[in-house]
Design a protein around this ligand. Structure first.
Ligand SMILES: NC(=O)c1ccc[n+]([C@@H]2O[C@H](COP(=O)([O-])OP(=O)(O)OC[C@H]3O[C@@H](n4cnc5c(N)ncnc54)[C@H](OP(=O)(O)O)[C@@H]3O)[C@@H](O)[C@H]2O)c1
Length: 303
């Protein structure tokens, strides 16, 4: 089967986990894995997988524009500000895994069809990928949402330097996504990096305040959307279904990773990388088989 060529920019935790996932894709071929340091563990991993590597950053794509049709940016929000206009000029389909918030905000289970019409797509954050579907289910079952708060706990070991540099961007982008997907009046996002050993699994709690909570309807909606997410993020599990506690709605999610680069505790890598992969594969299918009339979300989530 034909495969679409992709480049991954950023050789840290997110980039390397994504690389391993892309190597399993029937629709994508990682043609080049790009960082800044040929001795980094990510570049070594790529070499061990016989993937071409470069330490030239975005300059590699500028000098070899035919190297890829899709670019995953797994560097940092500041670096993506610089990369975005260059990649636009080169007409690349850009999937941004940093919280730079330049392109359309994407949660595949909610708005993949709209995202496939754009050329720069922002995957929000790991906490955003976990919480927005719950918030979306809330918005589908309630007319007015006063407040949504999400707290994500991730293992400190899984947060690379760029993640730590991007904490402010994490908060702003996650809060903006919660607001734009639900219309909630006030949103709040918190990220805890937990240094405990053994490392903790990624866990996200969503709190919400609404008038006249419809808990049974919400349980049904959350269960249904979780099932759809599990088709592309197998380790996504609702561990506390919607309930009322102290006058607010509470829902908790745990995400177990596939253990590709870091062990399974690092569901924070999987939730955003599996979402990015689902989007990239849906785009590749439209490019490789353009006449098909299937809807994009059917292509992506069909078993
Ligand atoms: N870790 C998570 O749980 C997680 C989840 C969702 C989203 N994210 C986002 O994903 C991004 C990466 O996070 P991470 O945890 O993987 O951080 P990381 O381990 O520090 O990885 C970032 C990588 O990008 C490289 N890099 C930075 N600027 C570059 C540039 N201009 N050109 C080429 N390479 C560049 C870095 O190179 P050096 O090795 O030379 O520094 C590093 O290898 C961040 O924006 C973060 O917010 C992270």
């Amino acid at each position: 089967m034909n495969q679409l060529k992709v480049a991954i920019l950023g050789s840290g935790n997110i980039g390397t986990d994504l690389l391993i996932k892309v190597t399993r894709s029937p629709y994508l071929q990682c043609n080049v894995f790009i960082g800044r340091n040929l001795a980094s563990p990510g570049i070594m991993k790529a070499r061990s997988l016989n993937v071409q590597t470069s330490a030239d950053g975005i300059a590699y794509i500028v000098q070899h524009p035919a190297c890829c049709e899709i670019v995953f940016d797994a560097t940092s929000a500041t670096a993506h500000q610089e990369h975005a206009p260059i990649l636009k000029t080169l007409n690349k389909f850009v999937i941004d895994l940093t919280p730079a918030k330049i392109g359309i905000l994407c949660v595949p289970v909610v708005n993949i069809t709209d995202c496939l019409k754009q050329m720069n797509i922002n995957m929000i954050t790991c906490g955003g990928q976990a919480a927005v579907p719950i918030a979306h289910a809330l918005a589908m079952t309630h007319h007015e949402i006063d407040y949504i708060e999400t707290i994500s706990n991730i293992a400190s070991r899984s947060a690379g330097r760029a993640t730590r540099l991007n904490i402010d961007e994490y908060i702003h982008t996650t809060e903006a996504a919660l607001k734009s997907f639900t219309g909630a009046k006030i949103t709040k996002a918190i990220l805890n990096l937990n240094p405990a050993q053994p490392c903790i699994h990624m866990q996200t709690t969503v709190f919400a305040k609404v008038k006249n909570p419809q808990i049974e309807k919400l349980r049904h909606a959350v269960g249904a959307i979780a099932e759809q997410i599990q088709r592309y993020v197998p380790g996504y599990a609702i561990i506390v279904p919607p309930m009322i506690e102290n006058d607010r709605i509470v829902v908790m999610v745990r995400v177990k990773g596939l253990g590709d680069y870091l062990p399974e505790y690092a569901g924070n890598l999987d939730i955003i990388n599996c979402a990015a992969l689902a989007l990239a594969e849906a785009y590749a299918k439209t490019k490789l088989h353009p006449p098909q009339k299937e809807k994009a979300h059917e292509i992506c989530f069909a078993q």
